[in-house]
Design a protein around this ligand. Structure first.
Ligand SMILES: [Fe+2]
Length: 523
């Protein structure tokens, strides 16, 4: 295990944790730090065959509420040094250089490191003047023929609703990489739930300063910090990185779209500043969707389900701003084929990538539930759908699933967050026909801490949805996946008690998707 103390001991440094020996060559010392500027730790992301992206953000006072001093930082951008080594003790340094902690972006560092070897661990650290960051582990993606992968995926970590033990247990697995499927932060403050184990440090996020502070608070969580320190990660977002149930420029509470785009710009910038991602925001826009290759074993198409989606069907005051139930009978807009969940440009990019893929497994990593889910409406009829997930965009979903049926990418598997519950679903081009062939598999992971939907109510909808093989909303956790050429094995991991910072982990269910056979089977 990598700890800062063990590093300093190994390097023969002083026990203060901040002082480096004079023999370590540093350029001009930019700053004499009075507090640890690396309080938010380090992270790595964008795992490619020969490169990774290293992240940190200078924050000597991480919870500073001064909008003019994010993380307690003022003044010019800072030059840092970074080192990348092939060993945990940082003895065999293979890359070193200067990195910029950019004032424009909250003194965050996004340092690409190229020319690395595929499919192996590296260790890295940053230094600034007298301060050294923790040593992080990063891992490149494999290249060429490859037979094994191990990864974990996470979604929906609300600080106020519990401790982040799923992150700790995920890190303990030492996966090859991790995937975040959205709701990494929550923008609001829960004023309704009694006895919350902890509280957000500020009010509902509206401005850049608000979102910056929210991310900083989350990154002070030791379990989340440890996951980032030990695991390279891939990130998409869902709604709570901006506002509950927003769609493109349309807010849940009918804010003028041009005004709402200012809030979105602040939220997207804070996301960039705090994540190990390469793409820089451009005003209120930021490219998040991306493709990752893990040798010939797996391709990941990472989707953005928020920025480009059509407005919620039958959007309108006073109550239909975000997710709500609609039936096609009373809301013809629901099935309008011109509407899209991911926008026509991203659809074209995805369809092209799936059609050309030569990967053995094709993972679509995305935010909200894709499988059809009929709900009973107020009148008792089973023809209602939730408008905020793919059920609110059935024509867009049918285009995607029909494209998968036609172009036949090898072993398509969709992984999903958002709904704070575990599911195992057969994917069909036509969910209304129980005899339609299963053409893909959806494995939905539960939340890290956020409370799940009502178990008994959702369970009562299952007889109308025979393609849903498993549902459990009463557990918090994550999903651990091991991949071979023969099978994808997904363990639904749950923690013992979200109110206990030392919660233990156990496996609730294990599902297997066999090579060449769509659909999850319980192991
Ligand atoms: Fe969520």
């Amino acid at each position: 295990m990598i700890t800062r103390r063990s590093l300093l001991r190994t390097a023969g440094l002083t026990t203060s944790g901040l002082l480096l020996p004079r023999t370590l060559s540093l350029a001009a010392v930019p700053r004499a730090w009075k507090a640890d500027p690396f309080s938010l730790g380090v992270a790595s992301g964008e795992p490619r065959a020969t490169s990774v992206l290293l992240w940190t953000r200078l924050a000597p006072d991480p919870l500073s509420a001064d909008p003019a001093a994010p993380g307690g930082m003022t003044g010019e951008s800072q030059i840092l040094h970074y080192e990348v080594a092939t060993d945990e003790q940082m003895r065999h340094v293979v890359r070193r250089g200067k990195a910029v902690a950019d004032r424009t972006y909250g003194y965050s560092v996004h340092q690409p490191v190229a020319g690395l070897s595929p499919g192996r661990d590296y260790w890295y650290r940053f230094t600034s003047g007298s301060a050294a960051s923790p040593i992080g582990r990063a891992r490149t993606a494999p290249a060429g023929r490859h037979d094994k992968l191990h990864f974990a995926y996470f979604s929906c970590s609300n600080w106020e609703h519990g401790y982040f033990s799923p992150y700790r247990h995920g890190a303990d697995e030492h996966p090859d990489f991790g995937i975040f499927l959205g709701d990494y932060i929550y923008e609001y403050v829960d004023k309704r739930t009694p006895n919350l184990p902890r509280h957000h440090a500020n009010t509902e996020c509206l401005t850049l300063a608000d979102y910056r502070l929210r991310y900083a608070q989350y990154r002070t969580d030791p379990d989340l910090a440890r996951l980032h320190e030990t695991t390279s990660t891939i990130h998409t977002w869902d709604d709570h990185e901006v506002q509950n149930d927003y769609a493109d420029r349309y807010s849940q509470n009918f804010v003028d779209p041009l005004e709402f785009l200012k809030r979105r710009a602040a939220a997207y910038q804070a996301f960039y500043e705090n994540m190990p991602v390469a793409n820089v925001p451009n005003g209120s826009a930021m490219r998040v969707y991306d493709r990752f290759d893990f040798g010939d074993l797996m391709q990941i198409d990472l989707l953005d389900g928020r920025q480009y989606r059509s407005r919620e069907a039958c959007y309108g005051p006073p109550k239909k701003g975000g997710g709500h139930q609609e039936s096609a009978a009373t809301c013809p807009e629901l099935t309008d084929p011109s509407r899209s969940m991911i926008g026509l440009e991203q659809e074209a990019w995805l369809f092209d990538g799936l059609a050309k893929s030569k990967a053995h497994w094709n993972l679509i990593a995305q935010d909200v539930m894709m499988a059809g889910f009929k709900e009973k409406g107020p009148g008792g009829t089973s023809d209602n759908y939730w408008t905020d997930d793919w059920n609110g965009y059935p024509a867009s979903r049918a285009r995607l699933l029909q494209h998968i049926a036609d172009s036949k990418p090898s072993n398509p598997v969709v992984i999903t967050g958002d709904i704070h519950s575990f599911w195992a679903n057969d994917l069909k081009a036509d969910f209304s026909d129980p005899n339609a062939p299963t053409i893909g598999t959806e494995l939905t992971g539960t939340s890290v801490t956020s409370p799940g939907p009502p178990y008994d109510l959702f369970k009562s909808f299952l007889p109308d949805n025979p393609h849903i093989k498993f549902f459990e909303s009463r557990k918090r956790g994550y999903v651990s996946v091991r991949l071979s050429r023969k099978a994808l094995t997904a363990k639904y991991q749950t923690v013992s008690d979200i109110n206990d910072p030392k919660a233990t982990v156990s496996t609730l269910k294990t599902f297997v998707v066999e090579n060449g056979r769509a659909g999850a089977q319980e192991a």
